[in-house]
Ligand binder design. Structure first.
Ligand code: SF4
Length: 341
């Protein structure tokens, strides 16, 4: 990496801007590595407004690794409802259990020990090292990748091997070594608020004089642009005196350990009355669900079970399922947040 790429003064200018423009997020008011890890995991695939609404209540349920390590898995899954990507909470629980078992509940502070924990990769380890311990670890998330591609005016696809390597090298080169905590937050915030994916606010950008972008909106370039895929499925609604028929998802599936309305092939349910349809998005899928009313003698599969309505509030359910069930059971008590374990 040529030394000319170092952009002297960039990190100092950015940190100075951040000192008077930082947003007041709760995870910025702590140096507790557990609280920082939780915020990073939540923010990886959930928007800031949603995380802001859920972060502090969740931290009150699980204020330490030991609290999550000791929790029932279904209770942990239920606590994550609305945040999506439920594998994250299972992975977080595996991390918490390793911290309790291998480090007596004390969060490790060196990269090797952090990377040895389940669920902690290069990015998350760097986030904990810089935000909790103020150690010089460079971060590259989607916001940082966009800023770096623009200030270097680099059309190399950021999801290519060469693009990833260059991003890492440049992130290291620019890192503010004496204040990595503020610098990493500042770089992310620049990407979130000024150097946005569309219509970046270049005229009010604090690092404009360091930026080589000739057409900022055309950067970054990506090799693999995932198009949304339409997905349809057919579910059944079977409510008896025993409760509502639900299916528990296999442990190795995306919603492992959670319950959902049972699915059937279209041909099996097409003659049953259609109750409603529901549209929602999951990752890159645009899902349309058709819900059919099943008769009491409808064949039930071994993975399915009748759940009494009184147990629905404490049962982990994917958000679209809970919304639909609430709509169809307006008198039920299937809403609510989990009580303390
Ligand atoms: S000048 Fe524009 S393109 Fe360059 S970093 Fe600032 S906002 Fe991004």
């Amino acid at each position: 990496m040529p030394q000319a790429d170092a952009k002297p003064g960039f990190s100092r200018t950015l940190v100075r801007w951040f000192s008077s423009n930082a947003k007041n997020y709760p995870w910025r008011n702590t140096q507790d590595p557990w609280a920082i890890l939780v915020s990073e995991v939540m923010l990886q695939q959930t928007t800031i407004p949603t995380v802001l609404a859920r972060y502090e209540p969740w931290m009150r349920l699980f204020p330490t690794p030991a609290a999550l390590a000791a929790a029932d898995e279904q209770f942990a899954l239920r606590s994550w409802e609305g945040l999506g990507y439920y594998r994250r909470v299972r992975s977080l629980q595996a991390t918490a259990r390793a911290i309790v078992q291998k480090h007596s509940g004390v969060f490790p502070s060196d990269e090797t020990s952090l990377r040895a924990l389940p669920g902690i990769g290069e990015y998350t380890a760097a986030a904990v090292l810089s935000f909790a311990y103020n150690k010089p670890a460079a971060l590259v998330d989607a916001n940082v990748a966009r800023v770096l591609a623009r200030i270097y005016n680099d059309p190399t696809p950021i999801d290519s091997t060469a693009g990833r390597r260059t991003l890492r090298e440049r992130a290291e080169l620019l890192l503010h070594r004496s204040n990595p905590r503020a610098y990493n937050s500042a770089l992310m915030e620049l990407g979130q608020t000024i150097c946005t994916p569309t219509n970046p606010l270049c005229s009010s950008c604090p690092v404009r004089r360091f930026c080589d972008a000739s057409s900022p909106s055309s950067l970054p370039v990506k090799k693999n642009k995932m198009k949304p895929t339409d997905l349809r499925h057919w579910d059944i609604w079977l409510l008896t005196d025993l409760g509502l028929l639900l299916e528990k998802q296999p442990d190795d599936s995306r919603h492992g350990g959670m319950f959902r309305l049972p699915q059937r092939p279209c041909s099996t349910v097409s003659s049953l009355p259609l109750i409603c349809s529901q549209k929602y998005s999951v990752t890159r899928f645009k899902v349309t669900r058709f819900l059919h009313r099943a008769p009491a003698d409808f064949p039930v599969l071994s993975s399915e079970t009748f759940i009494p309505l009184s147990l629905l509030p404490s049962l982990p359910l994917a958000s679209p399922d809970r919304k639909l069930i609430l709509r169809l059971l307006p008198q039920s008590s299937s809403e609510g947040t989990p009580a303390s374990p």
